[in-house]
Design a protein around this ligand. Structure first.
Ligand code: NAD
Length: 260
């Protein structure tokens, strides 16, 4: 299957992993719907940068806590590009606090953005993928979709949930040439991770340097942070013909974290 000319919606792609995947996809000729928050001029710079790679790129600011906006984003992409071939459910936020102090509104936001938004993109896009006879759903889960860490109750719950969703959708569309898989990254130095370093330091009574070396990279046996380019490459592999029979599973890109 030629990927050039296909259309991908990547949620949360104004920053970090999503942006890296958008750039990796654009380099392969895949048109991209950018989504996420940020300053309008910076988003426009990223969008124009993708188009400079020779693809069409549009921005949609749908809020992943709002099902109506998510559905509208998928429908608009279908109208603009004629198809929605690849969905990368990537948008995510984090909050690090002991469960008894965890603010209920933060719990709700994490479940909505990190988990339920994928239900809304997928339920809207699947009929179009079925009609086209090809599709790829890639859910950016986490090592925290497989194992827990303390003080991340909502995040670990949402990421475990997305793993179940991945398997269920895969079975439902298995005979339609549509695959649904998760990628489970270890730590990537994106704004999401940089922001949680001070909170983790407070929650654990450590310095920020200790959090980086003794908490984040402690679990990563390679002692290296994962890069967004490595995740873009993994997502592209899941879109390739070689991955046609890979569905309902995950690929860990975690430096050995979940092997131990
Ligand atoms: P990031 O903070 O750099 O990017 C998050 C993106 O989501 C941004 O574009 C942001 O604008 C967008 N976003 C946040 N709330 C949104 C909302 N309500 N609606 C629409 N977009 C919204 O984070 P990242 O590290 O690139 O994380 C991306 C994904 O990868 C997340 O699902 C995260 O859980 C997962 N992940 C990250 C790591 C890591 O170490 N960075 C590890 C494993 C998994």
């Amino acid at each position: 299957m030629v990927l050039k000319g296909k259309t991908a919606i990547i949620t949360g792609s104004t920053s970090g992993i999503g942006l890296g995947i958008a750039q990796g996809f654009a380099k392969e000729g895949i048109n991209v719907v950018l989504n996420g928050f940020g300053a309008a001029d910076e988003i426009e710079k990223e969008r124009a940068g993708l188009e400079a790679l020779g693809v069409k790129a549009v921005y949609n600011g749908a809020d992943m806590t709002k099902p109506g906006e998510i559905v509208a984003m998928v429908e608009e992409a279908r109208e603009q590009f004629g198809s929605v071939d690849i969905i990368v459910n990537n948008a995510g936020i984090q909050n690090v606090q002991p469960v008894e102090e965890f603010p209920p509104e933060k719990w709700d936001a994490i479940i909505a953005i990190n988990m339920s938004s994928a239900f809304h993109t997928v339920r809207t896009a699947i009929p179009y993928m079925k009609k086209a006879g090809w599709g790829r759903v890639i859910n950016i889960a986490s090592a925290h979709g497989l194992v827990a860490s303390p003080f991340k109750s909502a995040y670990v719950t949402a990421k475990h949930g997305i793993m179940g969703f991945t398997k269920t959708v895969a079975l439902e569309v298995a005979q339609n040439n549509i695959t649904c898989n998760a990628i489970c990254p270890g730590y990537v130095l994106t704004p999401l991770v940089e922001k949680q370093i001070p909170d983790t330091a407070r929650a654990r009574g450590m310095s920020e340097e200790q959090v980086k070396n003794d908490v984040l990279l402690a679990a990563q046996w390679t002692k290296k942070f994962v890069t967004v380019e490595q995740l873009a490459g993994t997502a592209l592999f899941l879109c390739s013909d070689a991955a046609e029979n890979i569905t309902g599973t995950h690929i860990s890109v975690d430096g050995g974290w979940t092997a131990a």
